[in-house]
Design a protein around this ligand. Structure first.
Ligand code: ADP
Length: 610
């Protein structure tokens, strides 16, 4: 058997094997795979043509019927060119994928390349069949030559130049193994050209193409579809578990907050009553402990929300002066009786109205201020907000500096990890969960800001946060609310709706000082009955999480009643971040979280009853 045919038969065997492996598995429907599929098919067909009619033509027909021999051998040339053009398209696919980020543009380029290659194929077919091809036998081997063969050499040369050009454009990426078939082809192609100069009877180029095609099977980016499907199932399971965790936390929040509501409410009321000092102090201790517990529950809820990507930044217009004043007040209360010089300064040029998520901003700053107050025994706390304004953007530069215990340098990178508390021997008496700074950092990132820490152990720390907010109004027109005006709400009618008797008791106790006319009911149905019975109310405080009919459903039914226009404020232990916005969207006028904060309650009374 001739050596050339021997190589071709082995190649055919190999090519069929690779095809079986490739086609036996479901593949991704992408351009690489579909081009590779065509390459495999073309390769098998080409080898079949070469082995059967090709051998017959060169062995038998060359002498007896040279025209027919040349006609048959032209099909081998055609195969050769088809493979070359498909390979060129494959290179275009992989190199555009790396180089062109815009997928629309990439598809457009590929369509152009495809059309050009189809055109070249058409023209080449005509040219190959028009140009003469000769073959002759010498020493038992068959040789082909002539203009048709020369044309193929020319086209191959141009194609190879195009590949090199693509490689040069993609120099950055060529380490990727998917480019290796090109190098292999260039290398082996060069060797084959040299070998064929000395042994022209060996037709080696088609086996080389087969080898390259086989190699591509291993270099093509071909993720296992079964594995992808399994990963997808695992991802969905993880998502479900995460959702279950969030649900659990939200329910837990409700469950813990409901009794906490009663504890806070009653201990607050006790601590204000005329009781022996020691009893009142105990009531205050209970109040403090329950406030701490509430902080912990809120922290856990916030971090799990952030981790489930469910925390949304809700931007609204706000007055930074007001936020600042509130922060100062809260910090003063937190410092209490410690001998700390609390200094604060707000840049006077700050625009009157900013646009951003002030609730989150407040939370970030309050975390830093609370830590400063917690970890400073004496000395000072310096709280500053300065601004850099450019166009419509106001960069807030918030710094909180303290003369507290400081943080060791090697611990600074642990600071923002959740549940990480440093220097526990020293801080053993200070309450905390190690969640504050983890939440702070994630919130700052969500708001596209930055937080930086400087600290000297034993001397103090400085936390600086930079966050951009939009400017709505430049005018410094701070409208202070008249919070101290006397309330005249006595006798106003309020409907309290809650399924939990203890909660009703707490709410009416907190409301008692306003001398309102309060009606209590235990379900949404009863509330609706009250309204249907033409009872008039000035305000409805409605619990959301009630069995059978929730507060939201009750509100919808109430709104369906002709002439109903009483303001309805939701009263809920569901205090996960973002709930206020959800309830306002549901149609409630306002939102009160349980445990009910006295100041918040007063704001509501002032707003809707005064
Ligand atoms: P928590 O205060 O609830 O423990 P944080 O996440 O707010 O949790 O803080 C993490 C740790 O960082 C604290 O336990 C404390 O050791 C340290 N830390 C935070 N702020 C300061 C500060 N201003 N001065 C000294 N140490 C601080």
């Amino acid at each position: 058997m001739e050596n050339g045919i021997f190589f071709s038969i082995i190649s055919l065997f190999y090519s069929i094997l690779i095809s079986i492996v490739f086609f036996s598995k479901e593949r991704l429907q992408n351009k690489e795979n579909s081009t590779y599929k065509k390459l495999l098919i073309v390769n098998v067909i080409g080898l079949l043509i070469e082995i059967i009619p090709g051998t017959y033509a060169s062995k038998v027909l060359t002498n007896s019927n040279p025209e027919l021999a040349s006609f048959i051998l032209k099909f081998i040339l055609l195969y050769f060119i088809t493979w070359l053009l498909l390979f060129t398209y494959y290179i275009a696919v992989i190199s555009f994928k790396d180089r062109v980020a815009n997928s629309e543009l990439k598809d457009k380029y590929l369509v152009i390349v495809k059309r050009a290659l189809i055109f070249i194929f058409g023209v080449s077919t005509v040219i190959v069949f028009l140009l003469p091809l000769y073959s002759y036998r010498k020493g038992g081997a068959a040789y082909t030559y002539g203009p048709a063969a020369d044309y193929i050499y020319a086209i191959s040369g141009i194609a190879i130049l195009c590949w090199i050009f693509q490689l040069l454009l993609n120099l950055k990426y060529i380490k990727n193994r998917k480019y290796s078939p090109i190098f292999l082809f260039l290398g082996l192609g060069a060797i084959v050209v040299v070998i064929q100069r000395f042994y022209p009877e060996l037709t080696l180029i088609i086996p080389v193409q087969t080898f390259i095609t086989a190699m591509m099977y291993f270099t093509i980016e071909n993720p296992d579809l079964k594995m992808i499907a399994e990963l997808e199932i695992a991802r969905k399971q993880a998502e479900r578990a995460n959702a279950a965790k969030t649900d659990f936390l939200s329910n837990m929040s409700h469950e813990i907050r409901t009794p906490l509501n009663a504890i806070v409410g009653f201990s607050q009321s006790l601590s204000e009553e005329n009781l022996p000092d020691s009893t009142r102090e105990k009531a205050r201790d209970i109040l403090m402990a329950s406030d701490n517990l509430l902080e912990i529950v809120n922290g856990i809820l916030d971090i799990s929300k952030i981790e489930a990507n469910k925390l949304e930044i809700v931007n609204t217009e706000y007055d930074m002066h007001k936020v600042f004043d509130e922060l100062v007040l809260l910090t003063k209360a937190r410092i209490g009786e410690k001998t700390i010089d609390f200094r604060y300064h707000l840049d006077s040029s700050i625009p009157a109205v900013l646009y951003g998520d002030y609730v989150r901003l407040k939370q970030i700053i309050l975390n830093l201020l609370t830590n400063a107050a917690k970890y400073t025994k004496e000395g000072f706390i310096d709280f500053k907000i300065s601004t850099i304004q450019s166009g419509k953007v106001c960069r807030l530069i918030i710094s909180v500096e303290d003369s507290g215990i400081g943080i060791k340098q090697d611990k600074i990178n642990k600071l923002f990890m959740k549940f990480e508390r440093l220097d526990l021997e020293k801080n053993i008496t200070i309450e905390g969960t190690g969640l504050g700074l983890a939440i702070t950092k994630r919130l700052v990132e969500l708001m596209h800001g930055r937080v930086v820490v400087q600290s000297v152990y034993g001397k103090g720390s400085k936390f600086t946060v930079a966050i951009d907010q939009k400017i709505v109004s430049e005018k410094v027109a701070v409208s202070k609310q008249v919070e101290d005006a006397p309330l005249a709400v006595g006798g106003k009618k309020v409907l309290l709706v809650d399924d939990n008797k203890l909660n009703l008791k707490v709410a009416s106790m907190l409301l008692s000082k306003y001398e309102l006319d309060i009606t209590q009911v235990g379900s949404g149905y009863e509330a609706i009955d009250q309204i249907l019975a033409q009872k008039q109310y000035d305000l409805i405080l409605l619990d959301d999480m009630m069995p059978k009919m929730s507060g939201v459903e009750t509100l919808q039914k109430l709104k369906g009643i002709d002439g109903f226009s009483t303001p309805v404020v939701v009263l809920t232990a569901n205090a996960i971040s973002g709930m206020r916005e959800k309830y306002l969207k549901d149609g409630f006028q306002d939102y009160l979280a349980k445990p009910i904060d006295k100041a918040e309650l007063e704001k509501v009374i002032r707003k809707y009853l005064n």
